[in-house]
Every structure is written in structure tokens, then in C-alpha cells.
Ligand binder design. Structure first.
Ligand SMILES: Cc1cc2nc3c(=O)[nH]c(=O)nc-3n(C[C@H](O)[C@H](O)[C@H](O)COP(=O)(O)O)c2cc1C
Length: 202
């Protein structure tokens, strides 16, 4: 089948992209609003974009024409934390994606524990083994007639890694990390069946 994105519904485009661009890492993003209230939500249109400088990107859409709390908070405060999603926090991560009003903290609703960050105000998620403390580098606003997506660019200012998953102090052991990927629809993937390939030398 052949599809022309311009002739498709937004949902149709979305289904093809989330079904084919897989597995996607999941950023569980913590932010605070101007009053200091915490917010937590997962995003899988997410990736590392550059290691020098250390920049990651999180793509946040709109909900019923309004920007999501994560986007608004990051814009207002200039800070956010990306917590890596692993098997043991998959259920609370999904719980945190529910459409809570801004006054409800997803930390409590999902049963996750906020712990202070070192350099930014939004808290980290204790149950996640890797946290990226980020300062907002910029927001790339995307949309044709109106802005419908904000690509949050975060400069990583501190990285926390659980000792248990970094045995040599340099390389994260993927078997211990147990990262979860998002597939299409309501599917997720584990990262247990691994194989190695050395890059060729020429
Ligand atoms: C696994 C998963 C991945 C998601 N990825 C995205 C995403 O990449 N972009 C997005 O806008 N929403 C995504 N969502 C939906 C948001 O998490 C959801 O709209 C959430 O309520 C936003 O919260 P906020 O308003 O507190 O920012 C995802 C949800 C789940 C469960």
C-alpha cells in the first residue's frame, strides 16, 4: 500500500508512524509549574539528538487544541527531567499518561516517588534507574496552519545512573537496565533478547 500523508487523517498518519517507527524509548518527563506543583507524563516521540553538546528531544503534542502541561511547564520554568522507563515502572508510567487536571500530581496518582534533583527544580522518579536533568535549550514549534506540536530540546546538565546497572562505571548493562520500548497501538517491547555485532574495520 502507498500512503500520501497529506491525504490522510491525523489519526491515520499517527497509526502508521507509531506502528513502523519502533521500538521507541519512553521518556517519563517530570516538570513543575510556576506554583511548584509537580507533573509527570510519558512521551515516546523522544530520543537523544546529540551527545556533544548533550541534547535530547521530547515531542509534545496538543490536547483538544491546548498545549499539554509538560510543554507549558517546561516553557514556564525552563527545566525538566527525563526518567527512563523500565519494566518495573511500566504500569505506573501508563497510569501517569491519564488525562489528569493540572492540580493533580501524577506522582501520587501513579504511586511513584519524587526525589530532589541536583541542579533543576523538577524532581526525579526514584523508581527509574536513569535520570537526565535538563535545562530547556529551546522549543521547535511544529504545525501547518497552527502549532500542534512542540519539540522540547533539553540540554542534559546532570545524569544519574543506578550503580546496579553500570557495573564497569562506564557502560550501562542493557540486561540489567530492562528498558521498555513503545510499539504501535497498545503494544510495548522488552529489551531482553539481545545480540552483538562488531562494526567492520576498514
Ligand atoms: C507510552 C506513551 C507514550 C506517549 N508518547 C507521547 C508523545 O510522544 N507525545 C505526546 O504528546 N503524548 C504522548 N503520550 C500521551 C501523554 O502522555 C498524555 O497526553 C499525557 O496526559 C500528557 O500529560 P501532561 O498534560 O501532563 O503533559 C504518550 C502516552 C503513553 C502511554
Amino acid at each position: 500500500m502507498i500512503f500520501d500523508p497529506d491525504d490522510m487523517t491525523p489519526q491515520g498518519r499517527y497509526f502508521l508512524m507509531i506502528g513502523a517507527i519502533v521500538p521507541r524509548p519512553i521518556a517519563l518527563v517530570s516538570t513543575i509549574n510556576a506554583d511548584g506543583k509537580t507533573n509527570l507524563a510519558p512521551f515516546s516521540f523522544f530520543n537523544g539528538l546529540s551527545s556533544t553538546p548533550p541534547i535530547l528531544g521530547v515531542s509534545v503534542g496538543t490536547k483538544r487544541g491546548k498545549i499539554k502541561d509538560t510543554w507549558r511547564n517546561a516553557e514556564e520554568t525552563g527545566e525538566f527531567v527525563v526518567n527512563v522507563v523500565t519494566e518495573s515502572i511500566t504500569d505506573p508510567m501508563v497510569q501517569a499518561s491519564a488525562d489528569y487536571p493540572p492540580e493533580v500530581s501524577e506522582f501520587g496518582a501513579a504511586g511513584l516517588t519524587p526525589i530532589p534533583s541536583d541542579l533543576v527544580a523538577p524532581p526525579r522518579v526514584k523508581e527509574s534507574p536513569v535520570h537526565f536533568e535538563c535545562r530547556l535549550e529551546g522549543i521547535v514549534e511544529l504545525g501547518d496552519e497552527e502549532v500542534t506540536t512542540g519539540l522540547l530540546l533539553g540540554r542534559i546538565v546532570r545524569i544519574h545512573v543506578d550503580d546496579e546497572i553500570i557495573p564497569d562505571g562506564t557502560h550501562i548493562d542493557p540486561v540489567r537496565l530492562k528498558a521498555v520500548g513503545r510499539m504501535g497501538r497498545h503494544w510495548y517491547s522488552r529489551t531482553r533478547e539481545l545480540f552483538e555485532k562488531e562494526r567492520p574495520e576498514v
